[in-house]
Design a binder for this molecule. Structure first.
Ligand SMILES: [Zn+2]
Ligand SMILES: [Zn+2]
Length: 329
């Protein structure tokens, strides 16, 4: 295995591309060195490959695990949060994240979590055929090793400042993609550590999940408007490449969701539709179970936003007890 790709940016910011599954292929971790040691933002998912990658990266950069002072986690998804506990066990470092993001990690993977079973039943009610919905449960169990062990965390609140890599960073709550998601803004230089709140080329997944944020698309679009109020010269995303057209990208993402809302609203006109039927109309029926889960939860997030705006209404089909959406005059 080769050493992961590393880019050193101005102000000593080191981008490390940690491997992950197709289609994303890599998650960007950022190493911020100072005379006191290093801080790592979003270490990546845990598996044998990524553990080896980090061992090689630290050696290449001339650091040891004892140099890691803190891990900052933007959000609870396995591809960002996963290795935090492993790093803590190696380096005895702080793990910073928001309380809301940590609560969500426990909701998804804590010892009392029942979300796999819940999500399977819930997607079934939204029309996902049983042959597919039963696969969801197993598919979700597959994430557990990526997020083990769960770290002890130090909570970071929206609006607080952290010093990492000799720079001061403002934590900004930027939810919607994930509850309690935090981005980091360096005001003097106009740098934004986006996490997955703003990505170039790909639209961050927005999922409606039972028991989680009840209006994720609304939260997300509000976050994008809020993130647009910071003057950003260079953006460091959780996936894909570092980019400069940050404000343009925020507009594109907002437009993308408005267009998608319009398209879904039109699909409700001929007759009431389940989330699954909308999903089939938009993406066909050849998605993998992983893609299907994301696609369906994203469609349901859009349908929920249409309901919130008063453009759609939920009805329960008396024939098969499936949840359907109908347009509102
Ligand atoms: Zn994410
Ligand atoms: Zn991600």
């Amino acid at each position: 295995m080769n050493i992961p790709e590393i880019h050193v940016w101005d102000h000593g910011i080191i981008q490390v591309k940690i491997s992950m599954a197709y289609p994303l292929r890599w998650v960007n971790s950022y190493v911020l060195p100072s005379s006191a040691g290093i801080s790592i933002i979003d270490p990546g998912p845990r598996n044998r490959t990524t553990e080896e990658e980090w061992t090689k990266v630290l050696k290449h950069l001339d650091f040891g695990f004892h140099d890691v002072n803190e891990i900052f986690v933007t959000h609870h998804h396995p591809d960002h949060f996963g290795l935090a506990g492993w790093f803590q066990s190696q380096a005895d470092c702080h793990v910073y994240m928001s309380q809301r993001a940590f609560d969500e990690s426990q909701y998804m993977w804590g010892t009392h979590s029942n979300i796999n079973n819940q999500l399977m039943k819930w997607l079934g009610q939204h029309g996902l055929p049983e042959a597919l919905s039963v696969q969801i449960e197993q598919h979700l169990f597959g994430f557990l090793p990526q997020v083990t062990p769960i770290p002890d965390i130090t909570t970071v609140a929206d609006g607080s400042f952290l010093t990492m890599g000799s720079l001061s960073w403002l934590a900004i709550e930027s939810g919607g993609h994930a509850p309690g998601h935090l981005s980091l803004f360096q005001q003097e230089l106009g740098l934004m550590m986006c996490g997955d709140a703003v990505l170039p080329r790909i639209s961050p997944n927005i999922s409606l999940i039972p028991g989680s944020d009840p209006d994720p698309l609304f939260t997300f679009m509000n976050s994008l408007h809020h993130l647009n109020t910071y003057k950003v010269n260079q953006a460091f995303p959780g996936h894909r490449d570092v980019f400069i057209n940050y404000h343009e990208r925020l507009d594109e993402l907002l437009n993308h969701h408005e267009e998608r809302l319009e398209r879904i609203e039109k699909l409700l006109h001929p007759s009431p539709q389940t989330g699954y039927e909308i999903c089939e109309s938009l993406f066909g029926n050849r998605l993998s179970i992983h893609q299907m889960r994301f696609a369906m939860c994203e469609v349901l997030a859009h349908l929920q936003e249409l309901v919130r705006r008063g453009h759609a209404r939920i009805i329960l089909s008396s024939l098969d007890y499936r949840i359907k959406y109908t347009y509102e005059e």
